[in-house]
Write a protein that binds this ligand. Structure first.
Ligand SMILES: Nc1nc2c(c(=O)[nH]1)N[C@@H](CN(C=O)c1ccc(C(=O)N[C@@H](CCC(=O)O)C(=O)O)cc1)CN2
Ligand SMILES: NCC(=O)N[C@@H]1O[C@H](COP(=O)([O-])[O-])[C@@H](O)[C@H]1O
Length: 206
């Protein structure tokens, strides 16, 4: 079981702006439940969103996980909610469909302890404006034979951090952004929780 230097459980904050399917898989992977009582010494302790109506907040409520709604001005002009995260004992930050740029204050506070999943094979199809279906539309428009996912460390630049993992899937001739998104989601759900766990254990950041 992984614990930090004080033998405490390592606490993850998941940041999401949307439906939260990746957040659900992360919670199911880490948080002990009746069906999987084995504690990995890691738990999703907080769900953070910038959208009051985000589906991820319902998922947090379902698992009785505290939530934090962040406001734009405070996030970008304040200290990026670093104080709140540290006061919550957060050791590691996982972005899962979070659509704002993480400010330097927060990137630095969790240097080496913040990861993101991107629904394409970076470095292609990344950067400002490349999120959700915009990514899949561009991949299809360019007639790419394959797409996939990239899991990477987070730095101050969109989608620029060191790559931790990539997996590919075919792009079919009759794919729509929705059908490709579904195939990408399957890859994300299959790999993100494991890669997050491996990264936490490797970095010993917490
Ligand atoms: N400092 C960093 N912040 C974020 C990163 C990162 O690597 N470094 N990754 C993104 C996630 N992401 C792609 O994986 C991504 C998300 C959103 C955008 C984007 O263009 N957003 C729009 C705003 C959209 C909205 O508010 O609805 C924008 O910034 O204009 C690009 C890439 C998360 N943060
Ligand atoms: N560039 C960031 C980006 O596009 N992230 C993508 O948002 C989706 C969130 O789905 P979810 O809310 O169901 O987890 C995921 O496909 C993730 O890769």
């Amino acid at each position: 079981m992984t614990t930090d230097k004080n033998n405490a459980t390592i606490k993850i904050a998941v940041f999401a702006s949307g439906a939260g399917s990746n957040a659900r898989k992360l919670i199911e992977h880490f948080n002990s439940t009746i069906s999987s009582p084995l504690s990995k010494g890691i738990e999703v302790a907080l769900v953070v969103s910038n959208k009051i109506d985000a589906g991820v907040l319902q998922i947090a409520a379902e698992f009785q996980i505290p939530t934090l709604i962040i406001e734009k001005e405070k996030f970008f002009r304040g200290n990026g909610y670093v104080d709140e995260l540290k006061q919550s004992g957060i050791d590691f930050v996982v972005l899962a469909g979070f659509l704002w740029k993480i400010p330097s204050t927060l990137v630095q506070a969790y240097a080496g302890a913040m990861v993101n999943i991107h629904p394409a094979l970076l470095p292609k199809y990344g950067g400002k404006g490349m999120y959700g279906n915009f990514v899949h539309e561009a991949v299809i428009a360019n007639k790419e034979p394959e797409s996939g996912i990239t899991i990477h460390m987070v730095d101050e630049v969109f989608d620029n951090g060191a790559h931790l993992f990539q997996a590919t899937c075919p792009v079919l001739a009759d794919d729509t952004p929705a059908t490709l998104a579904q195939r990408i989601h399957q890859l994300e759900h299959a790999h993100y929780p494991r890669v997050v766990e491996e990264t936490i254990r490797k970095t010993g950041k917490a």
